[in-house]
Design a protein around this ligand. Structure first.
Ligand code: 13P
Length: 253
């Protein structure tokens, strides 16, 4: 099954409007018309409205990095799925390991977030991935399987769901999973998604790899049969690097 590659930049807590405009100046032409790849940048909340304008007329879509599950009300400091839609977001990242391990988000909370965002019409990038001691203990698939099972259910609109496999030990460390390590977990995720949503849906679902993806390693990772693109942190803040990763993804299509 041919899946269209998908590259998303996760800017994390980086960037003022000045930085973002500078980055966009370098990125504006990174996706040439007709390039066989979907591209998004997931910016801090404060940049969503201006970045929506900056991205107008480009083939780069806008995404957020988090969202609350309630529609509105007394939830100080939170942002709702409807607010993201109103700010022209197409995508939202849910369950990033920094939300799980730095901010303490649980599987139950993430389940509510995924459901609410999909119901709003957003496309969700749901992140999973094991810690280094979990990998060393041979528990990678147990952990990833649990993260999938506890936050995804068969009633979800899976057509707008992407899974991102981000081994926590590879995030921001310069240490990438080998293509074989990535492929093994991606194949496992696809099988689980097939079990949950049906074989066709599993075969159609895009699974991104994330964790120290750079222009130099993107091609070999994305050459793996079950790796359909990348969720990129640090390298997405450097226009030439992000553009290189986009080109590597498009070349696999
Ligand atoms: P790095 O690419 O900086 O390792 O970050 C990966 C990541 O967490 C993307 O969500």
């Amino acid at each position: 099954m041919a899946r269209r590659p998908f590259v998303a930049g996760n800017w994390k807590m980086n960037g003022t409007l000045t930085d973002a405009r500078e980055l966009m100046a370098g990125l504006r032409n990174a996706v040439e018309p007709g390039m066989p790849v979907d591209v998004a940048v997931c910016t801090p909340f404060t940049l969503l409205y201006p970045m929506g304008k900056e991205l107008d007329g480009t083939d780069i879509k806008l995404g957020a990095q988090n969202c609350y599950f309630e529609k509105k009300g007394a939830f100080t400091g939170e942002i709702s799925p409807g607010m993201l839609s109103a700010a022209n977001c197409t995508y939202v990242i849910i369950g990033h390991s920094e939300r799980r391990y730095v901010l303490g988000e649980t599987g139950d909370l993430l389940r509510a977030k995924v459901k609410s965002c999909l119901e709003e019409g957003l496309s969700v990038i749901y992140c999973v991935g094991e810690l280094l001691d979990e990998r060393d203990a041979g528990k990678t698939t147990d952990v990833v399987g649990r993260q999938l099972a506890e936050s995804l259910s068969d009633d979800l609109d899976h057509a707008r769901l992407t899974i991102a496999y981000e081994p926590v030990w590879a995030i921001g460390t310069g240490r990438t999973a080998t293509p074989d390590q990535a492929q093994e977990v991606h194949a496992f995720i696809r099988e689980r998604m097939g079990g949950l949503f049906g074989a066709d849906a599993g075969a159609a679902m895009r699974i991104q790899y994330g964790g120290s993806v750079k222009p130099g390693n993107a091609a070999e990772l994305m050459a793996c049969p079950d790796v359909d693109g990348a969720l990129v942190g640090g390298a997405s803040l450097v226009a030439e690097d992000f553009a290189g990763i986009i080109r590597a993804a498009a070349a696999t299509a």
